[in-house]
Design a protein around this ligand. Structure first.
Ligand SMILES: O=C(O)CCC(=O)C(=O)O
Length: 268
């Protein structure tokens, strides 16, 4: 499934689409489990319900999520694309956009939100419903992973999640206004079917527009994986769930044998 040509495309573009990465019935069963979370009004502290539903880091307490993250084809796909010997699970991140919602995901990089540095850090954005550009499919600025820049993280929602823990680190650059100069950027966006996945690195600039489809919601699940060169790097503004107090890894070290980062694949 993962050819040398595809790996080279991933390295050049920063994101690639893998058709049928996950079987359709598996995608449907994951969506059914997410629907049970949506129906459950007992929010976890990461739950966001603005214009849809978002939650993250469910795998430690929800076996169905761990099963999907660890035992689907995703770890091998991302491991081979990252050219890593081992892939470890970091966290799962659910993004549901209601039909017709004006809520979007602003252009951002993942790297400044996460307590890791390294080049072998990537996500698999798995479509759980069909979607396209107009119905909020994820978009990527081709090649932006190679710009050598780290853009300031921003609040995605005032209803919890990242809004409370963003740092004001002067080292961050401001995100350019990509939508104001569309001819300056090449945007990658695929028409997705349930089970298709986009693999992208933590440095690429990406986002998703509002869901203009007033009859269909858009649901996706991004799983974050780390590879050989990932080093623990807890900085101001990074995600408060997996913090220094909770892990057995020190800054600058690789997260070997830590219960928060289970090994889910190795090249054999
Ligand atoms: O699906 C979305 O709306 C955002 C996806 C995203 O930002 C991610 O997976 O990192």
């Amino acid at each position: 499934m993962i050819s040398e040509k595809l790996i080279e495309q991933y390295e050049l573009d920063g994101a690639v689409c893998i058709r049928g990465a996950v079987e359709k019935d598996v995608a449907a069963s994951v969506l059914a489990n997410i629907d049970a979370l949506i129906a459950d009004t007992n929010d976890r502290w990461t739950t966001i319900r603005k214009g849809g539903f978002s939650d993250r880091h469910l795998w430690p307490t929800m076996p169905w999520m761990y099963e999907f993250c660890a035992n689907s084809r995703l770890p091998e796909i991302v491991g081979r694309l990252m050219r890593t010997r081992e892939a470890r699970l970091f966290f799962d991140h659910t993004f549901v956009r209601d039909a017709g919602t004006t809520q979007d995901t602003p252009w951002h990089q993942d790297r400044p939100y996460w307590p890791f540095k390294g080049r072998q850090i990537a996500s698999t954005w798995v479509a759980l419903t069909a979607c396209d550009e107009a119905s909020s499919a994820a978009q990527f600025v081709r090649g932006s992973h190679a710009w050598g820049k780290v853009f300031r993280p921003m609040a995605f929602s005032k209803e919890g999640g990242s809004s409370e823990f963003l740092g004001d680190n002067a080292a961050y650059e401001e995100m350019p206004d990509i939508d104001a100069a569309p001819d300056d950027y090449e945007i990658l966006c695929w028409d997705m079917q349930p089970g298709d996945a986009i693999v992208f690195g933590a440095e690429i600039v990406h986002g998703a527009k509002q869901n203009k489809d007033t009859s269909r919601r858009r649901a996706a699940l991004s799983i974050r994986y780390i590879g050989d060169d990932a080093r623990w790097n807890p900085t101001e503004g990074t995600d408060p769930i997996v913090t220094q107090e909770r892990v057995g890894v020190n800054p600058g070290e690789a997260p070997r044998n830590d219960k928060w980062f289970p090994k889910v694949w190795s090249a054999g």
